[in-house]
Design a protein around this ligand. Sequence first.
Ligand SMILES: *Cc1c(COP(=O)(O)O)cnc(C)c1O
Ligand code: SF4
Length: 389
Amino acid sequence: MEEWRRVLADSIVKPKDLAERFGLDEKEIEAIVGPYPMRITPTVLGTIKEKGDAIWKQVVPETIELDDLDAEDDPLEEDMMSPVPHLVHRYPDRVLLMVTNQCPIYCRFCTRKRLVGKPGFLKKGELDRAITYLRQHPEVRDVILSGGDPLLLPDHLLERVLKALRTIPHLEIIRIGSRVPGTLPERITPKLCEMIKKYHPLYMNLHFNHPDELTPAVKAACGLLADAGVPLGAQTVLLKGVNDDPEIMKRLVHQLLLARVKPYYLYQADLTKGTNHFRTTVETGLAIIKALQGHTSGMAVPHFVIDAPGGGGKIPLLPGEYLVNLDEDGAMLRNYENKTFHYPQPSLTPTLAPGGRGEAEGARRELPMVGAPSSWGACANGDGGLGDL
Ligand SMILES: *Cc1c(COP(=O)(O)O)cnc(C)c1O
Ligand code: SF4
C-alpha cells in the first residue's frame, strides 16, 4: 500500500474515535454522520488547537447541520445542467467533470454535501460517455476535474482520465480542483507529479480557508506541484467563525503566496441544506476585499463571487465605493485611501462628435500632456528604451 493510503486510513471516520478523542457524545455524532459522513486526516487533526477553533468548525460534525430543513440539496442546480452523468455544462466553453465522491476530509459546509462521501469513482462506461460528449462539443476548451476530490484517485485511474481527455483535439486546458495538498500532503508524491506533468497545460485550484492550514508539510506539497509546472490557485469559502475577518484573510492570502499559490476565488457560502450556520452577510466579503485591495499585493487579492442560487453561475462583486459615478464625462473613482479621482472618457474628436458637439468641447477633454523629453519616444537603441535597466 502506498504511504498516503496508510495515512488516509488513519483518519478519524468513526463517531466513537472522535467522541473519545474530544469527549463528545457519540450518539449525537452518529446521527449526523449517517446523512453527512465525516473524515479528518492526521494533518487536519494536528492543526486543531482547541475545540471550536477555525479548523475544528470545518471538519467536526455539529447537530445544527440536521436542523436546516428548508434549504435545498442542490442550490446551484448542477443536476439539471448535467447532459451526461457526472458532467456539468453551465458555461459556454468549460465543463466540470466529477470523477469521484471521495474527499480527504468532509467539509461540514460542502456545497455538494448531497454527494460527497458516498462510495464510488467514475466508472469506465461513464468516462467513455463524458469523453464522447466532449468530442461532440468543440466549444469546450477547458475541463475542470472535480468531485469529490480528483487527487484521491490512484495514479493509474487519474492518468486514465487525463489521457482520455488529451485525445480530444479541441481541449486546451485541464484543471483539477483539490483539497488534498492542504489536508493530505503525503498524497503529493514525486511519482504523481511526474505523471501529471505529461498532461500540461494543467492547472490546479486548491481549497484553503485558514492560514493555519498552511503547515510546512502542506507548503512542501504545493512546492512539488509548482516545481512540476502546475500553476496553483486557491479557492476559499467565506465561513462564519472560520475566516470572516479581514486580518485572518490577509494572513491566509500571504501564506498562500508564500506557498506559490495565487488566491483565485473567495466564495460567498452557498444555500446548501445543512450548511446554513456558516453563512455570512454579503457585506462581510465586500469588507474583506476592501481591506485587501490596495493594502497588500494585488496578487494576493481573490475575486469575491457569489455562485447564484438557481444555477446563474459565479457573479463577481466589488465594493460599490470604488466607482462613485460614471457618465459621458468620465469616471469618478475612489481609491483604497478613500481619496477620489477623476478619469475622463476618451475625448470625442470633432468630426465624430454627434450633432452640435463643438471642437472646443472636444479639445477641453484632452488630457494634458505630461512633459516628457521628446527623445524618449525614439527608442534609438531599439530595445524599447529599457537598455539602461
Ligand atoms: C466554477 C465553475 C466553473 C469554472 O468557472 P471559472 O470561473 O472558469 O473558474 C465551470 N463550471 C461550473 C459548473 C462551475 O461551477
Ligand atoms: S473537499 Fe471539497 S468537495 Fe470535498 S467535502 Fe470539502 S468542499 Fe466538499
